[in-house]
Design a protein around this ligand. Structure first.
Ligand code: SAM
Length: 314
């Protein structure tokens, strides 16, 4: 699907809908509302009695969602971090759990396209990168105070950047002369610090920008938190769909599903398995990727990986 009027094309839409197998009277969670592409498709399948809780930490996503779904009594839109999904669900009246949940990770196209949000090395703007501009520290503030070792660790661990130390050293040197407070200055500084020729088709700052964004938004910690809470919040037979956009996320999702779908140690192989050690989830199929036609229409879909699990009846 192309970006269309909302500015964001939902990825793997058909695959998500098939995996969620929406029941007309079910209760669903979209933990990452974005521009509401997945949410709208879920609502199309829900009947009058169905309900959808849609969450996003970005105020722009919330505003767009409120406009898009105005008057639809089946939708509750909440601004918040999905790391607190348990509290959000309870406060919004979804304490009895969900028949299905979607977590579509990463940033939306409008976040990347709006230079003032500071996510993109292709558009000059203030170096912010926060999905929720009212919480936490901007990328510029963090780069102004972090030690060379901390910057190196973030670039290496979250960007898998081979030249992490070299880039961190260049940042520390450059900030002594003038603050690094625009995306263009950071991108240029990284490009200059990289040895050799750049990888074809890839901006030299790609990995570093991803790493700093993950750090600023504490994305991996939020992912771990939402997954653990969803094990509890899903009703028996309820489906969990997670779309990741890089291997750090996908590896975590894969391990999480594996850990909850196998008998816990030390009960493995024993005839009688106590309730607390029984699997909570059942893995549904293998990792799903976008087909050629979707990737051609929407390059963002190229790196998307969907994993699905089902809550096991107690
Ligand atoms: C890829 S977009 C979702 C797109 C959406 N599925 C659609 O069809 O338009 C990811 C969204 O998740 C939001 N997000 C990322 N991390 C979040 C978190 N920890 N809590 C809440 N929202 C988050 C981002 O602000 C962004 O709007």
């Amino acid at each position: 699907m192309e970006q269309g009027a909302t500015g964001h094309a939902p990825v793997l839409l058909g695959e998500v809908l098939e995996a969620l197998a929406v029941r007309v009277d079910g209760r669903y969670l979209d933990a990452t509302l974005g521009r509401g592409g997945h949410a709208a498709a879920i609502l199309e399948r829900l009947g009058e009695e169905g309900k959808l809780l849609a969450v996003d930490r970005d105020p722009e996503a919330i505003r767009a969602g409120e406009r898009r779904f105005v008057g639809d009594h089946r939708v509750s839109i909440v601004r918040g971090n999905f790391a607190a999904v348990g509290d959000i669900a309870r406060e919004a009246g979804f304490g009895a759990g969900f028949d299905g949940a979607l977590v579509d990770l990463g940033v939306s196209s409008p976040q990347l396209d709006d230079a003032t949000r500071g996510f993109s090395f292709l558009r000059d703007g203030p170096l912010d990168m926060r999905m929720d501009p009212d919480s936490g520290e901007s990328a510029a503030d963090w780069l102004a105070r972090a030690s060379e070792d901390d910057i190196t660790r973030v670039l290496r661990d979250y960007g898998e950047e081979r030249h992490a130390r070299r880039i961190a050293r260049a940042i520390v040197r450059a900030r002594a002369e003038a603050p690094i407070d625009t995306t263009a200055r950071l991108a240029a500084l990284i490009a200059t610090a990289m040895p050799g020729r750049p990888e074809p088709g890839k901006h030299p700052a790609t990995r570093s920008f991803q790493a700093i964004r993950i750090h600023v938004n504490q994305e991996l910690a939020a992912l771990d938190a939402v997954l653990e809470q969803l094990v509890e919040l899903l009703r028996p037979g309820g489906r969990l769909c997670v779309i990741s956009f890089h291997s750090l996320e996908d590896r975590r999702v894969k391990r999480f599903i594996r850990r909850h779908s196998e008998v816990a140690e030390p009960w493995r192989g024993l005839p009688e398995i106590p309730v607390h050690a029984r699997p909570r989830l059942h893995r549904v199929g293998k990792a799903i990727r976008a087909g050629d036609a979707e990737v051609a229409a929407n390059p963002r879909a190229r790196s998307a990986v969907l994993r699905v699990a089902e809550k096991v009846a107690a």
